[in-house]
Structures are given as C-alpha cells and as structure tokens.
Design a protein around this ligand. Structure first.
Ligand SMILES: Nc1ncnc2c1ncn2[C@@H]1O[C@H](COP(=O)(O)OP(=O)(O)OP(=O)(O)O)[C@@H](O)[C@H]1O
Ligand SMILES: [Zn+2]
Length: 459
C-alpha cells in the first residue's frame, strides 16, 4: 500500500482516497511571466510520477494543475516589454507546455487559468464575506480575516500570535490584522480589471487556487501538491479560505516537493539564480533531466550541478544499453519479483532513488543473462521497460536514444580520445586513463585493449 508523507500530519500515512479507486489531485502551477527553470521541472516531474504511479496501481486519477496568468509580476513584466498581458502569458504558457513535453510529462487533465475562473473566485469571496470571514478594507481591497479561522496555522505549524509579533504592516494597506491577506485587489488606473461587487479589480493569488481547485475537484479532495515554498503562507491560506467558504474539510494529503537549489539557495525567478529548462534541454535530452530529478527523493533539497546531469546521462545510457538488441518478448513470471521490489520502493513515499536502483540491478541481471539465456534476458527487458515507463523513462527505442548519445562523438574524436588515453597510460597516469575510458563509456563507446592496440566499438 502506498504511503505518502502528509505535511498536514507531519508523518507518512497510508494513502486512502475519498472515493474508492479514484484520486483527485490539485497542484499549484506556474506564474507565467518567464521561462520555466529546473525548480518548476521538479514540480512537473514529481507530480507527473505520482499521477502515473497512482494510475499504475489501478486508480483513476484526475490531475489538475492551475496556471496563474494574472499577478503583479506579470503586469510589471508586460509593461516592461510593452506587450499586452495576454501576449506575454500566452508565450510562456506555450513554452511551458513544450518544456513539459520534452521532460516526458503527461499533460494534466485540467489546467484552469485564473483569468478564466473569475466568476468562481468572486463567488467564493462573496461566500467568505457572507459568513463573516472577509471584509472590504477602506482602500476598497477585500481581505480575509485570519483571526476568524480558528485552525489557522495547522498546516505550517505556525502560531498566529507568533506570526503577528513578527509581522510588519505596510502603511498603504487597510488590514485590520497584520495576518490578514488580500482576496480582491482594487484596480489602480491603467491596471487590468474585472468587474466585481467590490468594484473593478483582480483576484489575490491565494483565492485563485481555492476557487479553481474547488471548481474542478469539489470542496473536499485527496491530494494537494506544490513546492515546499508554498506550504506557508499560500497553502495555509488556501485551507483557511476553502474550509471557511465551503464548511467542509479541504484536502486529505498535502504533498510538498523540496527545493531545487543553487549554492544552498532556492532556485527562483525573483532571485534571478535560475537555469532555464530550455537551455539545459539543448545540452541534455529531457529524459536525462528527468532521471536526474528522480535520482533524489522528492522531499530532499536538490543541489543542482552539471555533474549530477552527467551522472544521470551515464545512468540512462546504461539502462538503454541493457535493452538494446533484445528480441521482442512478453514479461515473464520472473518479472513479478522485480515488480514487487519496485513497488515496495515506490510505496514508501514515492522512493524514486530506490526504485531506480531496482532498475539498475535489473539492467545488470539482463546483461549477465544476455549471452547465456537470451530469452530470459528479453523477458526481463520487457519488465525493465514497463517499470521505467511508470517513471516516464525508457520510452524511446534504445537504438534511437543511444545513437543520439554517440552522435556528438565522431570517429575522429573517439580516436583522438583513445590516443590521449594511450599517452596517459604510457605516463602511468592511470587516473586520467580511466577517466577517458569512463567518458567514452558514458557515450556508449566500449574499449578493448588487445596486444595489437586498443580497439573500440559502439556498444
Ligand atoms: N526552486 C524550486 N524548487 C522546487 N519547486 C519550485 C522551485 N521554484 C518554484 N517551485 C514550484 O514551482 C511552482 C510554480 O512556482 P512559481 O511560478 O510561483 O515560481 P517561482 O520561481 O517560485 O516564482 P518566484 O521566484 O517569483 O517566487 C510552484 O509549485 C513552486 O512551489
Ligand atoms: Zn496554489
């Protein structure tokens, strides 16, 4: 049985959906004012794997991920570029979809956009006002009254009194309590605006997600995900809004992906320390980036390095090399054992590093059997491919992947590297010699030292 770490209870819990056999999942998506970076890629891939894995276990999954297509940063960026907001957001939504596809993610079942959900947002704000959880400030903005919601802080473990002590209030704001947050922002002249009972304006970020998730999945659903940065205040505020507005519990399992970091800092658009996914995709296949992301547990911080990508590249080459040249076969009885090992790893809070270790062991076993018992090797190959597919990898023809891998090394380059290695060996510089051999092996070039010299072949 799948166990998931639930940020709400702070422990791993057996996963039981509200409705037998069906899972409803909402994930906070991108604010579309720039290209996606590796942090976004992690959220995309982690929840894609969760959706795929639940599906593999027999659940019918509805996966919703929103698009925040109106917000201060978007407005500012569009003004800087001198383009209409919609042109800006369309450009980055399209880019996001391309990136996501390159990473091998299946599209979410629904992608609601804030600007297309205004009626639902207004209705929820109205419900909050009617029930006494929200008020119109003197400046015309609508605020959520945090003190009215007695469970505030249950997700983040933060206490309102302590938050209040540390809070700072901007003079321009009309909040009654420093913890109150905006639900509806009154438009300033020239800003994009939608009509509402409180005058023309636009929604706050937190209410968008409450309204869109409820509209798509109902008041109470199974899984809500996002990056760890969203736990507070975004998700805390979502709970306050939704539970107050609907009178129902909101979400059963809160799942948060750890940060992708650069020099110990969160990779983020606002910090400007981000590496665009599209740039990486020019150097590495999407599947390599995906494997790299899955090599760490989803809750651990992931320190980005080119080294980790190269490592993933070598790993994927190893897996495809095991599959290459195997005859077509159905999975056999023996595959069951491997499936069980894989499932045990994944059931433990989506243990993708351990699940990948199972795949690498399986690849080793296939290589061991390849010459001795090709049929058995082929049946295990079918299992390797099937399990890889649950993680969204090994989806290509091995030959195609490996050709792409070696395509950037011409015969001349290979010969040149071999010559360098021979020189290193003459100098008894074994470390350099081994490094060149490994480098070639990663590219799928196998060396064989014979009395006549070093021979090479594409593996
Ligand atoms: N470095 C990161 N590691 C993991 N997840 C991240 C990272 N950065 C963003 N996310 C997640 O990606 C999703 C989209 O986030 P969003 O578009 O608000 O990006 P952002 O880069 O955090 O923006 P900003 O830098 O302006 O705060 C959210 O679920 C968020 O938690
Ligand atoms: Zn959200």
């Amino acid at each position: 049985m799948l166990k998931l770490y639930n940020s709400l209870t702070r422990r791993k819990e057996p996963f039981k959906p509200l409705q037998a056999g069906k899972v409803r999942m909402y994930v906070c998506g991108m604010t579309v004012y720039d290209y996606c970076h590796l942090g976004h890629a992690r959220v995309m891939v982690v929840f894609d794997v969760l959706a795929r894995y639940l599906h593999w276990k027999g659940f019918e999954v509805t996966y919703v991920r929103n698009i925040t297509d109106i917000d201060d940063k978007i407005i500012r960026r569009a003004a800087e570029e001198g383009v209409p907001i919609e042109a800006l957001t369309e450009r980055f939504i399209r880019a996001m979809h391309e990136d996501e596809k390159a990473l091998g993610c299946l599209p979410p079942d629904q992608e609601p956009r804030a600007t297309r959900s205004i009626p639902q947002i207004i209705a929820m704000i109205q419900a909050l006002i009617d029930k006494g959880y929200a008020y119109v400030g003197e400046n015309g903005d609508v605020y959520y009254a945090v003190s009215r919601f007695k469970d505030y802080g249950k997700l983040s473990g933060k206490k309102p009194e302590e938050l209040r002590a540390g809070a700072r209030v901007e003079v321009s704001e009309a909040k009654r309590d420093p913890l109150d947050f905006v639900l509806w922002k009154r438009a300033k002249p020239g800003e994009p605006a939608w009509d509402s009972p409180w005058g023309p304006g636009r929604p706050g970020w937190h209410i968008e997600c409450s309204a869109m998730s409820t509209a798509c999945l109902g008041a109470h659903f199974d899984i809500h995900g996002g990056g760890a940065d969203l736990q507070f205040p975004h998700h805390e505020n979502e709970i306050a809004q939704s539970e107050a507005a609907t009178g129902h519990p909101f979400v059963n399992y809160w799942v948060h992906a750890g940060f992708v970091r650069v020099n110990q800092e969160k990779m983020s658009k606002s910090l400007g320390n981000f590496i665009r996914l599209r740039e990486l995709l020019q150097k590495y296949p999407g599947e390599v980036i995906r494997l790299c992301l899955l090599s760490s547990h989803y809750r651990s911080p992931l320190e980005f390095s080119e080294d980790s990508l190269r490592h993933a590249q070598a790993g994927l080459t190893r897996l495809y090399t095991a599959l290459r040249g195997l005859p077509e076969a159905e999975e056999g009885e023996e595959g069951r054992i491997w499936r069980q090992r894989f499932e045990a790893a994944m059931d433990d809070d989506l243990g993708t590093p351990e699940a990948l270790a199972v795949l690498f062991d399986l690849a080793k076993e296939i290589n061991r059997l390849r010459d001795r018992d090709p049929d058995r090797a082929a049946r295990l190959g079918a299992t390797l491919k099937a399990l890889g597919n649950v993680l969204g990898i090994l989806t290509q023809d091995p030959e195609t992947f490996l050709k792409g891998e070696t395509a950037d090394l011409s015969d001349e380059e290979i010969e040149r590297l071999i010559e360098q290695r021979n020189q290193a060996r003459k100098r008894r510089d074994w470390a350099s010699a081994d490094r060149i051999r490994d480098q070639l092996r990663e590219k799928g070039i196998v060396l064989e030292d014979t009395p006549q010299g070093t021979l090479w072949r594409r593996a």
